[in-house]
Design a protein around this ligand. Structure first.
Ligand SMILES: Cc1ncc(COP(=O)(O)O)c(C=O)c1O
Length: 386
């Protein structure tokens, strides 16, 4: 029997240690990337069973876990993995930082496309590498890679590592095989390693097809790693836990050795339990969640067209984050942020994603529709005060 999940349910997240809901007033948080939906019941049941069992000891990945990961990625994305291709990590961001030591030395140049999810920039700089950015170009309401600029920067700065975000946060692009192959050709030509953060992969929306970078990397697998997780997909980000995929045995060994240095290769019991259950029993919840999210995206697009047509809205191809260009209202990033906060709604300031995010805001629409509508009304009010 098909179960129908209720994404309209409003769950009070205050005083739960939630990063998103940290306010002492009734502010609506439409910022950090987690969803205000309860996680899939099969995952919650699996965690409950682990608690009921009563012993929460150390974990070791089992064949059942590997099989669940391998089947999910093989059946959805044609990504052929075996157990030896998979390592575990506490998170995708910790893995991004780890990759600095796998592929580069202190001072080496690392390239990212801005605007970009903030840790892509901060982890490079905090780890003593040189951050090089190539601005994405906007055409037909989408971001595009500037391949000429990317190659020129690689040559000019002797770039050693390229950090790709696919699907892209904050722009929502799902890069096409043509775009990815063009990037691969450039990186191969200049011997640049590629780390692809694919954490938003499962949130690809209708009409778009996600391509794992590793499916294109034959012949260059010693220089390609992908990072992903079940946490974004199934709204269990607080659990922490992720995967590292690489298809070259020597590369996997090198990554594993780096992980041993800080003993950062184990999954906590809840991450193990959630990951296994998510990839074996979560697909129905995910397809219903995506349908709901798509409904929220449509509603938001219509709302802006009707009430705030001067804001340019970038429709995402994946995930629930909508990139808003508010330049028609203000060139002052702090003023934009403050006006929204004064209207008791919080969005991410685009400027945090690089200079390219000037006058932009990032809106998270993964919440019950009633909450979204109230949030949009507050955004509307905020812009009437600027
Ligand atoms: C592109 C991207 N990578 C990584 C993360 C966070 O990953 P983790 O919580 O596994 O460190 C996010 C969260 O929003 C993200 O958008």
């Amino acid at each position: 029997m098909q179960v129908s999940y209720n994404f309209d349910e409003v769950v009070d997240r205050r005083d739960t240690g939630s990063l998103k809901w940290h306010y002492s007033d009734d502010t609506i948080p439409l910022w950090v990337a987690d969803m205000d939906f309860k996680a899939a019941p099969p995952i919650l049941n699996a965690i409950e069973q682990a608690v009921q069992h009563g012993i929460l000891g150390y974990t070791k990945p089992t064949k059942a876990l590997y099989d669940a990961i391998i089947n999910w990625h093989g059946s959805r994305y044609d990504l052929a993995l075996n157990q030896e291709n998979i390592l575990f990590s506490p998170g995708v961001v910790p893995s991004l930082a780890l990759m600095m030591n796998v592929f580069t030395d202190i001072g080496d140049a690392v390239l990212v496309n801005a605007p970009i999810y903030t840790p892509f920039m901060s982890k490079v700089e905090q780890n003593g590498r040189t951050l090089i950015t190539s601005s994405l170009q906007e055409s037909e309401d989408k971001y595009r890679l500037n391949l000429v600029d990317i190659e020129a920067k690689i040559i000019e700065h002797n770039v050693k590592l390229y950090l790709l975000c696919n699907p892209h946060n904050p722009g929502g692009r799902v890069w096409t095989p043509d775009e990815l192959n063009a990037l691969l050709t450039i990186c191969k030509k200049h011997d640049v390693a590629i780390v692809s953060d694919e954490i938003h992969q499962d949130l690809t929306l209708s009409g778009h097809t996600f391509t794992p970078f590793l499916t294109l990397a034959a012949g260059y697998e010693h220089k390609v790693v992908s990072l992903t997780s079940m946490t974004k997909t199934f709204n269990i980000a607080g659990i922490k836990g992720s995967m590292i995929f690489a298809k070259d045995a020597a590369l996997i060994q090198k990554i594993s050795q780096q992980q041993q240095l800080n003993d950062e290769y184990e999954l906590n019991l809840f991450a193990y339990t959630a990951m296994r259950s998510a990839y074996s029993e979560g697909s129905e919840w995910l397809s219903q969640a995506l349908e709901y999210i798509e409904g929220n995206i449509n509603l938001t697009m219509q709302y802006f067209a009707e009430h705030l047509p001067k804001i340019k809205v970038m429709r995402p191809e994946a995930s629930y984050l909508i990139w808003l260009d508010c330049a028609a209202y203000s060139q002052d990033d702090q003023q934009l942020y403050n006006a929204l906060r004064a209207a008791r709604v919080e969005l991410n300031a685009g400027i945090k994603y690089g200079e390219e995010g000037h006058s932009k805001m990032r809106l998270n629409v993964a919440c019950p529709r009633a909450v979204l509508v109230e949030g949009l009304n507050r955004i509307h009010h905020a812009f009437s005060t600027i």
